[in-house]
Design a protein around this ligand. Structure first.
Ligand code: ATP
Ligand code: GLA
Length: 515
């Protein structure tokens, strides 16, 4: 399946007039940035909201996100100059940068200590360049003049960084002759983008951004291979409301104590289970840092009857067994493992431990909460499969009002349990985020949870079209107006209440609609 190209904007599910005027504004800013250049094409990619299944993608368990209407668009001019110039409609936050192109296309060095939006563009340049080499298409890279426009809030848990990196990669490839790339390839090459800026992410965000479809959520699987499968919810009246807590969660700057630390804790938890269960060489070294993953442990425990990713009941049974195993093997240390305790269990010297777990992505910690993190991963993965089971047993055609209500209550309960584990076991929530969830539950939400990395960002609420207004009003009155008393209502609605319609994934847009 290829990444599509459109000649007009009718693939957007939101207001056509507003969308067109946004593109026209982008064209105007492009022309004032580059008076002598013309736009050859646009590339775009959306943000995503994750409905359930957080901090499990880098352990290769399935997740259920959807692409949202907010996206990153780039207007692109292709030329033969030896540089790429990037500009932004938000020039205050993202000032013009010029990236020189070298003869051998190398040297896109990223100083990950110095945070700049150009670093994220260079990530795209690196992966696009690698793809051109892999496909034997490598020539001198084309020069480009680019103007970006993004309306995915940055640091809002809705993957503005993935939308930006995927749109950039797609634009660079299109400019260099790749007019037809498969969704699978675009996902495969962009999942590692953010690793180059020092954030050791999984593959959910890029996959959701690429595979999004209007009116559909996505089941993303990582094993046996990475793929996004669009599906519809069986309840007509169901809707998701996304509210940005307006607590910025900067994944990059806090990576050593938050995101990257979770990746390391889960990798060490997996290696401790290898030792305790004597799994030896049965476990693949497939985690993001080249160690065991918690999915690899499950596959090794059920070696002869490995879960194929399809039969939901088998997956559910195996995950329940894994939760028992975590209780037996890791529960005796709830305070967290010190490095010395890890060295003893893993039979490693301090130098070996440091080079295996702490070098690629530096992290800071007092203790490693292996029990809590492993338990979170298996319980959260179990909830994803329970959601899939619920979906498979709720038939669209015959859904009665009672069935619909029962679906909403059950799915909502799974989302609430997810929030509780994100808070207590994964420790990626906080009091304010928990408060937003409880206000929402008192105002018409069936289930509310932080979405994405956490430590700030957005909350996704499950509700009905009928109850969504009451939910938004409840949050405005009981959270936003108290936390941000000086904020104007229209600004609030604009910045904090995010359009949640599932949207089209990455695509190229030609300039035909401008003629
Ligand atoms: P999360 O991954 O938790 O959903 P996020 O992706 O929104 O959050 P970060 O991972 O902190 O947030 O990445 C945000 C960075 O992505 C910005 O600081 C900027 O460098 C880049 N970025 C995102 N959107 C744009 C944009 N419209 N223009 C330029 N750069 C952008
Ligand atoms: C971020 C990462 C994803 C995923 C989520 C948490 O968005 O980029 O890969 O790990 O956090 O589920």
């Amino acid at each position: 399946m290829s990444v599509p190209t459109f000649d007009d904007l009718s693939f957007y599910s939101n207001d056509q007039e507003l969308t067109k005027s946004r593109y026209l504004k982008l064209v105007e800013i492009f022309q004032s940035n580059f008076p002598n250049a013309s736009i050859d094409f646009f590339a775009r990619s959306p943000g995503r909201v994750n409905l359930i299944g957080d901090h499990i993608d880098y352990n290769f368990f399935p997740v259920l996100p959807m692409a949202i209407s907010n996206d990153v668009i780039v207007a692109a001019n292709v030329n033969d100059e030896p540089e790429i110039v990037i500009t932004n409609t938000d020039s205050k936050n993202f000032a013009k940068e010029t990236i020189p192109l070298t003869n051998n296309n190398d040297g896109f060095e990223i100083d990950s200590q110095h945070h700049s939006w150009a670093n994220y563009f260079k990530c795209a340049l690196i992966v696009a360049n690698n793809y051109l080499t892999e496909q034997n298409l490598k020539n001198q890279l084309k020069g480009m003049k680019l103007t970006f426009d993004g309306n995915v809030p940055t640091g809002g848990g809705l993957s503005s960084s993935a939308a930006f990196c995927v749109a950039s990669t797609l634009a660079i490839l299109h400019a260099n002759g790749v007019k037809d790339i498969s969704k699978a390839d675009l996902t495969r090459i962009t999942v590692v983008c953010e690793h180059y800026v020092g954030v050791n992410t999984g593959g959910m965000d890029q996959c959701a951004s690429v595979y999004g479809e209007p009116d559909k959520a996505l089941l993303i699987q990582f094993k046996p291979k990475l793929i996004g499968k669009p599906f519809k919810f069986p309840v007509e009246n169901l809707t998701f409301v996304i509210t940005n807590s307006l607590q910025v969660s900067n994944k990059h700057e806090t990576a050593p104590i938050h995101y990257n630390l979770r990746v390391v804790e889960m990798a060490i938890a997996a290696d401790v289970l290898v030792k305790k269960l004597n799994l030896g060489t049965l476990v693949p070294q497939d985690s993001n840092i080249g160690t065991s993953s918690l999915r690899g442990i499950m596959d090794a425990v059920f070696n002869t009857s490995k879960w194929d990713g399809n039969d939901i009941d088998v997956g559910i049974d195996q995950l329940k067994k894994m939760i028992d195993i975590v209780e037996t093997e890791l529960n005796n240390n709830q305070e967290g493992y010190t490095i010395d305790q890890c060295l003893t269990v893993l039979d490693l010297s301090l130098d070996e431990f440091k080079s295996k777990y702490l070098q690629a992505y530096p992290v800071k910690f007092d203790v490693l909460k292996l029990y809590q993190r492993a338990k979170h991963v298996y319980q959260e993965s179990l909830r994803v499969l329970e959601t899939l089971k619920l979906l498979s047993t709720t038939q669209t055609s015959s859904t009665s009002k009672d069935d619909e209500e029962s679906f909403l209550v059950k799915f909502g309960e799974l989302m609430n349990q997810s929030q509780s584990d994100l808070d207590k076991l994964n420790e990626s929530s906080n009091n304010k985020l928990n408060e937003i969830c409880s206000i929402a539950l008192q105002n018409g939400s069936y289930g509310s949870r932080i979405t994405g990395a956490g430590w700030g960002g957005s909350i996704v609420h499950l509700t009905t079209l009928h109850k969504s207004k009451q939910l938004i009003q409840g949050l405005i009155k009981n959270y936003y107006q108290l936390e941000f008393p000086n904020i104007k209502l229209d600004e609030l609605l604009n910045d904090a209440i995010i359009d949640s319609k599932p949207s089209m994934g990455s695509c190229i847009v030609t300039t035909k609609f401008l003629q």
